[in-house]
Write a new protein. Structure first.
Length: 264
């Protein structure tokens, strides 16, 4: 490895994000192979399959992870009707199966200063990004901005799937707020809605289909969040001073806040 500066190449070493492959098996058949950052495979496997609509409740399935074969397996008695895969805009150009059973989000308001806080907390918790500068992150918060869950992954969709899986495993209930590093596509918006996030914050932008989906189901998207400003694409009525003056704990209760260390 080299660094090019001042007209010459200088030997250097750069930390790189770890990328591996997780095989996802549904009812004894390989459904997908996910490029991912190793660690917490159960959260990723469960969240991925739940977000694909293959099951609704954790108690309706049996699952396990084979660490030696890097294989996540799930058994469900009743599968949805045959679904056609949609080639998505995911980082790994993956397939999305069917449509999620989305419900309109409940009415809830948050302080308009909250998006700034969520992005700051997301960046503060993103240890692998600070080390490699080549990884995505997503974090889940309550309506007051207290951190509940945080994951990093080479795939921005994987990061949201991990949040979903952890919510299932830990029995958390929304409504939530969410922050992510990547662009919001329609699939990202659907995953946020499915998870129960009423506000989604990103440091980048959103696609037109993501905005239409968010508008239809009541999700507020705050994009291009910078230190003193951001764009609101949908449902600005959720961002209201009438929700009460923003009071933020420095950290959530140790029993609730989980920032998962995936470093090797």
């Amino acid at each position: 490895m080299f660094r090019y500066e001042k007209g010459r190449f200088v030997p250097a070493e750069f930390p790189l994000p770890t990328e591996d492959e997780l095989e996802v098996v549904l009812n004894d058949r390989v459904l997908a192979r996910l490029a991912y950052t190793p660690g917490y495979e159960a959260a990723l496997g469960l969240g991925y399959l739940w977000n694909q609509g293959f099951f609704q409740r954790l108690e309706d399935v049996a699952w396990g992870y084979d660490a030696e074969r890097q294989r996540f397996c799930l058994q469900v008695e009743r599968l949805p009707e045959a679904m056609v895969g949609l080639r998505s805009s995911a980082c790994a150009s993956g397939l999305t199966y069917g449509r999620r059973a989305l419900r309109r989000l409940p009415k809830a308001t948050v302080d308009p200063e909250l998006p700034f806080h969520l992005l700051r907390r997301l960046h503060a918790a993103s240890r692998l990004y600070k080390k490699t500068r080549g990884i995505h992150a997503a974090a889940l918060f309550d309506l007051k901005g207290n951190l509940l869950l945080h994951f990093e992954d080479v795939g921005r969709h994987n990061a949201l799937d991990r949040l979903a899986g952890a919510v299932l495993l830990e029995g958390l209930e929304g409504p939530f707020t969410l922050a992510a590093t990547g662009r919001f596509s329609r699939e990202m918006a659907e995953k946020a809605i499915h998870l129960g996030a009423v506000v989604a914050v990103t440091r980048t932008g959103a696609t037109d289909r993501a905005v239409r989906t968010a508008e239809a189901f009541g999700l507020t998207i705050a994009a291009y969040v910078r230190p003193t400003s951001y764009r609101v694409y949908t449902h600005p009525e959720r961002l209201s001073r009438s929700s009460g003056r923003l009071t933020l704990a420095k950290s959530a209760s140790p029993k609730r806040a989980r920032s998962f260390d995936q470093g090797r």
